[in-house]
Ligand binder design. Sequence first.
Ligand code: ADP
Ligand code: MG
Length: 729
Amino acid sequence: MARLRFNVVEEAFKKKAVEVKTPTERPSEYFGKYVFNKEKMFKYLPLKTYNKLCDAIENGTRLELSVADEIAQGMKKWAEQFGVTHITHWFQPLTEGTAEKHDAFIEHDFKGGMIEEFSGKSLIQQEPDASSFPSGGIRSTFEARGYSAWDPASPVFVIGDTLMIPTVFISYTGEALDYKAPLKKALAAVDKAATAVCKYFDENVTKVTANLGWEQEYFLVDEGLYSARPDLLLTGRTLAGHDSAKNQQMEDHYFGAIPERVAEFMKDLEIQALELGIPCKTRHNEVAPNQFELAPIYEECNLAVDHNMLIMSLMRKIARKHGFRCLLHEKPFAGINGSGKHANWSLSTNTGVVLHALGKTPEDNLRFLTFAVETLMAVYKHNGLLKASIMSATNQHRLGANEAPPAIISSFLGKQISSVFDKIENSTTEELIAIKGAEALSLDIPQIPDLKIDNTDRNRTSPFAFTGNRFEFRAVGSQANCAEAMTVLNTAVAEALTNFKSRVDELIAAGSDKVSAIIKVLREDIKTCKPIRFEGNGYSDEWKAEAAKRGLDCETSCPVIFDRYLDPESIKMFEDMKVMTELELKARNEIKWDTFTKKIQIEARTFGDMAMNQIIPVAAKYQSTLIDNVSKVASTFTKEEADELNADNMSIIRQISAHTRFIIENVEAMIEARKVANKIESEREKAVQYHDTVQPYLDSIRYHADKLELIVEDELWVLPKYRELLFIR
Ligand code: ADP
Ligand code: MG
């Protein structure tokens, strides 16, 4: 038994880096090699078809079937050079990850043979038998039809022998069954609302795009050690494991040198990601040992979401090639930092202006202020909903823990912008406010050029921080599909901008000039959304008390937080902005609750088994060695001597008994709690019950299991320990 752990540790130590060949071309040359991007569309499609496709991509115009046929022909011709034989509609159902069903190009030629064919119809639409994807009751199993429909805004790409077609996934009656369909509607809503507001400042603005730059954090663990841990295998996180004596205290991992085995993995990942058109830019070690980050340059939000889904699957796949497993769970290890996915978000116009960046003139800055204030209005009004958008059974362990954003949504603006907000709030006139741009900071170090002071100071504790030309939503989970958070954020901002515009228009209609009307409404809104602004330490207890006083959402129970989706103001927002209907929202919540329950159920089962099959037997074995020793001592020495010599061992024997007794009793109690919860009909009540009565056992049992790990002889312990999982390369 014990040899198993020692063997895998030894093997892990011996592993050498898997060398990756550096391409002879430069990254700019192989970037997008496997993507049917505009350059390839131009080359492989008739000009008229190309123009129609561009129009569909840019303006969302519908494609006729005959045009789709021509596009499919062009795609097939391009893809065949890579030996492509299959196509798949690639979609994002309401599970984790993506789904695909592959169809060969093969069709009957009706002469007894086969031909390779790819029709426009199969490009545009497929009907995956969708009964086994979650639908929250929208589509019961006997009405299994759901269909996937091509999203031309996200380009087609090739992986292996398959042409991958990004699609939305909807029910036969039109309800969204995926993450992408509502996201696209939210992006359309924010485009419409923001474009209308931009017209106050520049008539030439005809389109506003939401941008997303995600920063993906992850852990790598040696695959041998991983497979010796049933908890990692089945739940993605360690359910037991005592702290390693050394973990992140020395702060020596963050931005440290990247170990060779990991460096080769990163290189492999980046080459493949670049070939798939993902603009990878930054890689570094993160705070926790064995934790890393990858960030591309930001892109249009819909495309960025697809690229994030793609990178997560590439990470998992490529890690295995290098003898690692990639952990995307938000909290794989207790006691050290978890992983998030900072979502850098901004709006920009077709005229090339980033609406969340400071401008040069006072007029520019009024526009900047408008978008900053209305973003805060959205975050203020829907702070509970935004929290719901990032909440999950896995992310709940990260929020509120010390390294991550707290479980209360607030926004950090930085001194300079805050003071401008305050100035407007307290002003009585409607003049333009000049914001001083970045000032040069002379460092006085020879050969180092002067740096510009960033307009924002940094606050790592803020869940929604302004960072110079964007807001950074830091509460998104590392394994989450960021579409969910982006759908809520963009919809909420669309609503705030729509509301802003109607009030400004009213004032103008009543005779006010435009600038005065805008400043007047902004002043009102700055006052209204003031409770969301917080510049202090988001981890402190004072903030929790203060936030409650301000009326911000302070709920911490994951299943209860999901209720925010069904609040009347949330339903109204989604319906007004034409993003989701009440029926869709209800159905999606059923799925959220069900997923929560299942996750906790799996953790409880896994941990029960580990405790009974791996932890207790090992403890008993060690205890019996001690008992043997005690009885040998007793038969060798006088009673008095033996009692003295046996005192320490007797104490350990008793401790082991106490811990094992607690574990056994609580594993049984946890099973009972599950039985009670499983009988509950309502998905919501069941999830709440799992949260309140099953989940706490995971922590209390763990406490005693981890104590046993400290006591039991190292050689006997079966489960790879934190010091091995986290420090082996
Ligand atoms: P940091 O770790 O300092 O927050 P990174 O450079 O790791 O920053 O990542 C920042 C991310 O924000 C990158 O993806 C970057 O492209 C993106 N970003 C930069 N400017 C904007 C913007 N205006 N809108 C959206 N994302 C942006
Ligand atoms: Mg960041």
